[in-house]
Design a protein around this ligand. Structure first.
Ligand code: NIG
Ligand code: FE
Length: 427
C-alpha cells in the first residue's frame, strides 16, 4: 500500500472536470466528470490518484484524511480575467450609471478607468497590496484557487511596473496561483488625450520591452508561469490597427496574448486576435455568428464576462450558447474590477450565466475550471482533478454540484485546498 500525504474520501460527488484532450468543447462541456462516492490521493503538491473510494482506499494510506461524507468535492475555481490591483473607489459612478450615464460616456469624461488610474498612480505598493490582498482573500473564500491579474491602471511605465511588482508579490504572499498580464493599452492616459497613436508608440517602444525585461527577471519566468499582454480594442480606447500593433510587438517579445474585444462595439477584433494566436479573447458581448465560427476553429479560448453585463443592467449578454454550439472552448470570469464588474464570486457568475446565457450547470462548471485554466495558459497544471495536476480542490456543503449554479449569492465552500495544503476550513 502506498503512503501519501492526504486522502479525501467518501465524497457524495467528486466532480473532476477531467479531459484528456485540452479544453472542453461542444457536448463534452455537458459532462462535469462526476464520480459517485469518490476519493483523491494527494502527494505533496500534486494529485496521485482519483477514483471510487473503495479503490483508492485499497491502494493508499495517508498521513491525513478528510472524510467528505455527504459533501461534494470540486476543482478549485480559476478566474481567468481580473483587474484586481487598484486604488480608490468608483461607487459614485455606480450611482451615475443608475441615473443613465453610460460606461463609455463616463470614460470619455475622464472617469472610469482614468479615475482609477489617478488613484493608482498616487498609491504606494503597500496601499495597493492591502486592497488586493483583501479582495483575493474574499475570492479564495468563494473558491478561487488561481486568478489572473492585469495591470492597466498605471498607463505610464513607472506605475505599470509598480503594478507588475505588486502582482508578483501577491503570488508569493497569498495561497492562490497568480497569472500576470501586462495591459498598458487599457485606456489612453490624460497626458496623451487625442494622441492615441503617440501613446501606442510609447507602449511598443518603451513599455513592452521594459515589461519583457521585468518578466525575464521575475520568479514567474523561473517557475514557467506565462505572462500575457492584453489590449482593450474598443471605441474610446484602442482601434483595431492600434490593438494589432500592440499585440504584434508583444508577440515578438515572447508574451502570450489576450484581448478585450466586442464589449460594447464590434471593431473586428476577433479575427485579428485569433490570427495572432491569442490564448483568449474576452467579453465578446457583440460577437457575430461568423466570428463565433472563427474562434471555434482556433485554439483561442472565448472568455465571457456575464457579471459585467449584469452589473451594467445590460440585456446583451455574450451569446455563450452560440459559442459552445459552434464548438468554441468557452470560459467564464468575474472580470473583477472597480468599475464594470465589482464581483468577486465565481458561483454568482455561474448563476448569472445559467440564467441569462442558458448554460447548464455542468457547462458553467467546466467554464470556471478546466477551460478557465486553458484561458490563462495553465490547462496542463490547473483546472481539473486529474492525476499529476496541482491539488487545488474545494470541499463544498452541497448535495449535488448543480446547486452551485442554482443557488444565488450563497457560499457553500467549506474547505479550500491549494497545492495539497488546506488553506481554509470552515466546520
Ligand atoms: O474588462 N473593459 C475594459 N476593462 C475592464 C473595465 C475596467 C474598469 O472599468 O476599470 C473590463 O470590463
Ligand atoms: Fe477586463
Amino acid at each position: 500500500m502506498k503512503q501519501v500525504d492526504l486522502l479525501i474520501h467518501n465524497a457524495r460527488q467528486l466532480v473532476t472536470s477531467a479531459s484528456d484532450k485540452g479544453p472542453k468543447r461542444g457536448l463534452a462541456m455537458r459532462d462535469a466528470g462526476v464520480i459517485e462516492n469518490g476519493a483523491i490521493a494527494i502527494d505533496g503538491e500534486s494529485i496521485a490518484a482519483v477514483g471510487e473510494t473503495h479503490v483508492i482506499r485499497a491502494a493508499f494510506s495517508a498521513r491525513r484524511e478528510i472524510d467528505a461524507h455527504d459533501l461534494v468535492v470540486l476543482p478549485g475555481f480559476v478566474d481567468p480575467h481580473t483587474h484586481l490591483v487598484f486604488a480608490g473607489s468608483r461607487v459614485n459612478e455606480f450611482e451615475m450609471r443608475l441615473e443613465g450615464a453610460s460606461y463609455l460616456e463616463i470614460l470619455a469624461n475622464g472617469g472610469g478607468i482614468i479615475s482609477t488610474t489617478r488613484a493608482t498612480r498616487g498609491a504606494t505598493p503597500a496601499d495597493l497590496m492591502a486592497v488586493a490582498r483583501r479582495n483575493l482573500e474574499r475570492m479564495s473564500v468563494l473558491g478561487a484557487t488561481a486568478v489572473e491579474i492585469k495591470t492597466g491602471y498605471g498607463l505610464d511605465l513607472e506605475t505599470e511596473i509598480k503594478m507588475l511588482e505588486v502582482i508578483a508579490q501577491l503570488d508569493l504572499d497569498v495561497p492562490l496561483t497568480i497569472v500576470p498580464t501586462f495591459m498598458p493599452a487599457h485606456a489612453v492616459p490624460p497626458e496623451f488625450r487625442g494622441r492615441t497613436d503617440d501613446y501606442v508608440e510609447v507602449i511598443v517602444n518603451r513599455m513592452l520591452p521594459a515589461a519583457a525585461d521585468w518578466y525575464r527577471r521575475s520568479h514567474f519566468a523561473k517557475v514557467g508561469r506565462p505572462c500575457f499582454v492584453d489590449v482593450f480594442c474598443e471605441r474610446e480606447a484602442f482601434s483595431l490597427d492600434q490593438s494589432r500593433r500592440v499585440l504584434e510587438v508583444a508577440k515578438s517579445l515572447g508574451f502570450a496574448l489576450k484581448a478585450h474585444v466586442d464589449q460594447f462595439t464590434n471593431l473586428g477584433g476577433v479575427a485579428m486576435a485569433v490570427q495572432l494566436g491569442a490564448t483568449s479573447i474576452d467579453h465578446l458581448d457583440t460577437i457575430t455568428s461568423d466570428e463565433q465560427s472563427v474562434i471555434a476553429a482556433s485554439t483561442t479560448v472565448a472568455v465571457a464576462t456575464p457579471a459585467a453585463t449584469f452589473h451594467a443592467g445590460g440585456r446583451q449578454f455574450t451569446d455563450v450558447r452560440g459559442l459552445i454550439d459552434a464548438g468554441a472552448a468557452l470560459a467564464l470570469t468575474t472580470d473583477f474590477n472597480p468599475g464594470s464588474s465589482p464581483c468577486l464570486s465565481i458561483p454568482l457568475v455561474m448563476a448569472i450565466a445559467c440564467r441569462y446565457c442558458r448554460l447548464t450547470p455542468a457547462e458553467a462548471l467546466n467554464a470556471v475550471t478546466l477551460n478557465a485554466a486553458y484561458a490563462v495558459g495553465m490547462g496542463h497544471r490547473l483546472g481539473s482533478i486529474e492525476v499529476g495536476k496541482q491539488a487545488d480542490l474545494l470541499v463544498s456543503d452541497l448535495d449535488d454540484y448543480r446547486v452551485l449554479a442554482y443557488e444565488m449569492g450563497g457560499n457553500p465552500i467549506r474547505t479550500v485546498i491549494r497545492s495539497g495544503e488546506v488553506v481554509r476550513r470552515y466546520d
